[in-house]
Ligand binder design. Structure first.
Ligand SMILES: Cc1cc2nc3c(=O)[nH]c(=O)nc-3n(C[C@H](O)[C@H](O)[C@H](O)COP(=O)(O)O)c2cc1C
Length: 186
């Protein structure tokens, strides 16, 4: 698959087959991720790969509870209902979660990890895998308890939790808005 096709056909995938993703393939995705640019070429990222189903279920439960407890006002009724549902798994039963963390305190920590995440998601698409960035996991993963669950040192900052698996079906296209473009010419 060429780059253009990967960019135009990547979609958030939220339904996965039970097929596990081989370590070799996960390593290839991470290798694509680290080709991303980073500020002053620090390459300040770390990848935590979670395939332990019990840990994924625990993180899902902790993250839902944390969001409902700490930011109920910021959540719409729709999200409050979803997060209150004990059956809702924020990771959609994906076989793997890759959490990209910044290993340095940097004003560009988020940018660096997000660029690596997009490379990873496009490489996954090209390999026939589906991905979705799970923002729902972020507020708990950055807490001391969240970092401990991932065995991350206290100074690491989890930025991009990306689920990975084989899609059950092709997800529907999500139409894009017309880009807001300002041309400033001489
Ligand atoms: C920072 C970020 C956080 C996101 N968090 C979630 C999430 O918690 N749960 C979820 O199902 N999708 C999440 N998504 C996926 C978006 O909903 C999805 O990318 C968007 O609807 C556009 O659809 P597409 O990726 O198929 O083009 C997130 C995406 C981004 C970039």
């Amino acid at each position: 698959m060429d780059l253009k096709e990967a960019i135009y056909t990547r979609r958030a995938v939220r339904e996965f087959t039970a097929e596990p993703v081989d370590e070799e393939i996960l390593r290839q995705l991470i290798d694509a991720a680290v080709q991303a640019p980073s500020a002053v070429n620090q390459q300040p990222w770390s990848f935590c790969v979670v395939r332990d189903k019990a840990l994924l279920a625990r993180i899902s439960g902790e993250a839902k509870e944390h969001m409902l407890r700490t930011s109920p006002a910021a959540l719409s009724h729709h999200f409050q209902d979803i997060l209150s549902d004990p059956k809702f798994d924020i990771f959609y039963r994906a076989p793997a979660l890759i959490v990209i963390s910044s290993v340095v305190e940097s004003p560009w920590a988020v940018e660096n990890c997000a660029l690596a995440a997009e490379n990873l998601m496009l490489a996954a698409r090209a390999a026939g895998l589906g991905t979705c960035w799970i923002g729902f996991a972020q507020t708990w993963l950055v807490t001391p308890e969240g970092k401990a669950a991932l065995k991350l040192p206290a100074n690491y900052m989890p930025v991009a939790p990306i689920i990975v698996g084989y899609p059950k079906a092709a997800p529907p296209a999500v139409p894009r808005k017309e880009p807001d473009i300002h041309w400033i010419d001489v």
